[in-house]
Design a protein around this ligand. Structure first.
Ligand code: F0G
Length: 362
């Protein structure tokens, strides 16, 4: 087999090698992840009253931000000669792990909460040949089992409890700073298992320490109302939300997330399922960015900050010249179920210009 990947110029390890735990003996397993668009959003900015940029992590090889961490975690697992990869997942981690495992030529086992994985994500794990177990339990149960299996056998756990995942994911913060010329004032993102908020904060701090940025942003995280353990400061035994990616009641990086929020003088807040779905629709229809429900949580959060007195961090507290970056974590095509219901309205019309004109109401 050719070893072209070792000299690949694309991907987060090639771009940010000096910041990552890799050496010359690390085989680089990459699918060209990272370098995702940071898009200024005029209509969103107008509605919120501040300059808002979307960091679109759905534009990664498997359609979510997980690929940044997975390239590092799988490369390091290969270096350590792991027998197989294993992860628990609400969907995206398993899709990413399955793809990078296929690329590396190693077995990937995934443990998923039965019936709670968006169809597109499950499809990806199947397509890439993962060994899939559907668990009669939720994500928190799955992660507990994976942790135990990881200890007992020669398996590399590629959840975000693996520090290599966090190391890879912090490159998203580097990209934001490299593109804006400094850190933003506020960084909005969804919070589930809380690895990503931990990783962004680590990235911003590291770049700041290396004098690559003058500022540090306030980190503002959003959980779904039915799965908001950090907001309520207690474990949620039966988390429920339409945003299945963040249906988590006992986040692994809970403490680190609280550290990121308090050190950055940020906040944790929650948004309802209705607000999430409304924000998902709004973003697609006003900015052309179609994201999965979990990714719409921080967009719903932006609206809450602007429009609700109950917001944990009101827009009034954000100076007018502030720059806000909002990470959307996964592509909308992964989770089409709710939008598919709207397509049922479509009825065929006869082949006639008049009929088509009439049907379009033009
Ligand atoms: N957004 C999406 C689309 C996700 O898939 C996840 C997490 C998050 C946000 C939350 O990120 O866990 O770092 O706070 N998905 C994990 C998974 C749990 O298994 O795919 P986090």
């Amino acid at each position: 087999m050719h070893t072209r990947t070792a000299t690949s110029k694309s991907g987060v390890i090639a771009r940010y090698r000096e910041y990552l735990p890799v050496t010359d003996s690390t085989p680089i397993i990459s699918l060209g992840e990272g370098n995702t668009p940071l898009v200024f959003c005029p209509r969103l900015s107008e509605r919120v009253g501040r300059a808002v940029f979307i960091k679109n992590e759905g534009i990664n090889p498997t359609g979510s931000f997980k690929d940044r961490g997975m390239t590092v975690a799988v490369s390091k697992a290969m270096e350590r000669k792991a027998k197989a990869l294993i992860c628990a997942s609400t969907g995206n981690t398993s899709a990413s792990a399955a793809a990078y495992a296929a690329r590396a030529g190693i077995t990937c086992a995934v443990v998923l909460p039965a019936g709670k994985i968006a169809i597109g994500k499950l499809l990806q794990a199947f397509a890439c040949g993962a060994k899939i177990v559907a668990l009669e339990g939720n994500f928190d149960d799955a992660l507990r089992i994976v942790r135990e299996l990881g200890e007992q056998r020669d398996l590399a756990v590629v959840n975000s409890i693996n520090p290599d995942r966090i190391a890879g994911q912090k490159t998203a913060a580097f990209e934001v700073v490299d593109e804006l010329g400094d850190a933003p004032d506020f960084h909005f993102l969804p919070v589930g298992n809380a690895g990503n908020i931990t990783a962004y904060w680590a990235g911003y701090r590291e770049y700041h320490a290396r004098k690559k940025s003058a500022k540090l942003p306030a980190m503002i995280g959003f959980q779904a109302a039915g799965a908001a353990p950090i907001f309520y400061n207690r474990i949620v035994e039966k988390p429920e939300t339409v945003a299945s990616a963040i249906r988590i009641g006992n986040p692994a990086s809970w403490k680190q997330a609280c550290g990121a929020i308090s050190e950055s003088r940020g906040a944790i807040d929650l948004v309802s399922d209705e607000e999430i779905l409304a924000a998902q629709n709004w973003l697609a229809q006003h900015e052309g960015i179609f994201v999965e429900p979990a990714s719409a949580a921080p967009v719903a959060g932006l609206f809450k900050c602007r429009e609700s007195k109950e917001a944990a961090y009101s827009i009034q507290k954000m100076p007018e010249e502030s720059k806000i970056v909002c990470t959307v974590t996964g592509h909308g095509l992964k989770d089409p179920e709710i939008i598919t219901a709207q397509m049922k309205k479509l009825r065929p019309v006869p082949v006639s210009v008049e009929e088509v004109r009439c049907a379009l109401g033009l």
